[in-house]
Design a protein around this ligand. Structure first.
Ligand SMILES: O=P(O)(O)OC[C@@]1(O)O[C@H](CO)[C@@H](O)[C@@H]1O
Length: 386
């Protein structure tokens, strides 16, 4: 049993990955948000002020009016006046993204309310040529044996997580795919193929090139009778850069429907599943909160308790699932996720310091490469807690 809690991650050390996120990645991001749309100068000023505050200042109070949708304690008033780097990284990053929405008047009644600051980048990604190529590959896949199709769909959902737009902006972007360093794909397969079909939930991560393969996987589950229904949990509003919102799901389904070949059939089928209530979209406020999943509210817990299986996508969901702590990388995934109210599968590429569920030999081999294997996105895991 992993009895003692490992230290919570923060961003105070200039040599650390979290520090580089605040000091290298965020300036690029702020610049992009500031320039992707023609913004009034007050918004530009607020974005610049946020960058200065979060890299060299102390946490200031949020715009309380804009937090009216969310329980105030999530935002930890006790961190006011504390240097950002000394607050937990999970909290600080979440709060940073929340404050970007304040800076661009996302919640303020008026013309800017509800305008997703990341929409231009998301739209460009969805319209891009690489998406056509990726979707065209579906035609060939249809001719392969079912087992191979399943593996390919899982792999594509897994590696789709690499295409997160925030990651692309960073200085530590990896080159070349390293591989799956803990692979419980057979157990994942068994949970769906060797048990009576039930409701499958998927906690989405990024829009665009991650959400497309996620939707294709969900379509497969419904079409092949591996799930009776699917629930897709997305963010109720923009959050970490490319995080999927309900609008992004609808855009992705439309993109599939407008594509050529098999992708188009998948898009039409997905639209039909939505109409028939077999694919349900949910967007709980907790998904934009700065807390680990262990602290999820009772109503959300009850939703997952009803699922035959929940699939958790991506790095941030993984951090929230196991806890954003410097666990020993061999700490068992099943133990750290025992709090989750039902079977759970994590499909994640590694993009931060959190690593668990690895064998000692794997950790030794990765350490011996001398690479920052935890943060480059070159490595991935498929973890299962049945
Ligand atoms: O959840 P995702 O999209 O896979 O990854 C999000 C993420 O890579 O962005 C952060 C840096 O901004 C990381 O700390 C973090 O986990």
């Amino acid at each position: 049993m992993t009895e003692t809690l490992a230290p919570e991650i923060d961003s105070r050390d200039p040599a650390s990955f979290p520090w580089s996120v605040f000091h290298h990645r965020h300036p690029v991001l702020i610049e992009r948000v500031a320039n992707a749309l023609p913004r009034p100068s007050a918004q530009r000023d607020a974005l610049d002020a946020l960058l200065v505050e979060s890299t060299s200042g102390v946490v200031t109070a949020p715009d309380v009016e804009s937090l009216r949708h969310e329980p105030w304690p999530w935002w930890r008033p006790e961190y006011r006046g504390v240097p950002w780097g000394e607050t937990p990284f999970l909290w600080a990053e979440s709060y940073f993204y929340r404050r970007i929405l304040d800076a661009v008047d996302y919640f303020v009644p008026g013309p800017w309310r509800g305008i997703d600051p990341y929409a231009p980048t998301k739209a460009a990604e969805l319209a891009g040529h690489p998406v056509d190529e990726e979707l065209a590959a579906l035609d060939d896949l249809a001719t392969r044996p079912l087992d191979e199709q399943w593996d390919a769909l899982v792999r594509s959902s897994l590696w789709g997580n690499r295409a997160d737009l925030s990651f692309q902006a960073g200085p530590s972007a990896g080159t070349g795919v390293g591989g799956v360093i803990a692979d419980q794909t057979p157990a994942f397969r068994a949970l769906l193929h060797d048990r009576p079909a039930g409701a499958v939930h998927l906690i989405a991560d990024n829009a665009g090139r991650e959400l497309l393969p996620d939707l294709i996987l969900l379509d497969h589950l419904l079409d092949a009778g591996l799930a009776t229904s699917v629930v897709l949990h997305v963010k109720p509003h923009p959050y970490y850069v490319s995080d999927a919102t309900p609008a992004d799901v609808l855009a992705a389904i439309a993109r599939l429907g407008a594509a050529e070949g098999r992708a188009s059939a998948v898009g039409e089928r997905l639209a039909g599943f939505v109409r028939a209530g077999r694919l349900e979209l949910r967007a709980h406020e907790f998904f934009c909160g700065p807390l680990p999943y262990q602290a999820m509210p009772a109503d959300l817990r009850a939703q997952f308790a009803e699922a035959a299986l929940t699939i958790s996508k991506g790095d941030l969901n993984y951090r929230r699932l196991v806890g954003d702590r410097l666990w020993h990388p061999t700490a068992p995934f099943a133990e750290l996720t025992a709090h989750f109210p039902g079977p759970v599968v994590a499909l994640r590429t590694l993009k931060c310091d959190v690593a668990v569920g690895l064998s000692a030999a794997t950790v030794e081999a990765l350490d011996a490469t001398g690479k920052a294997w935890r943060t480059t996105g070159e490595y991935a895991v498929v973890h299962v807690r049945a």
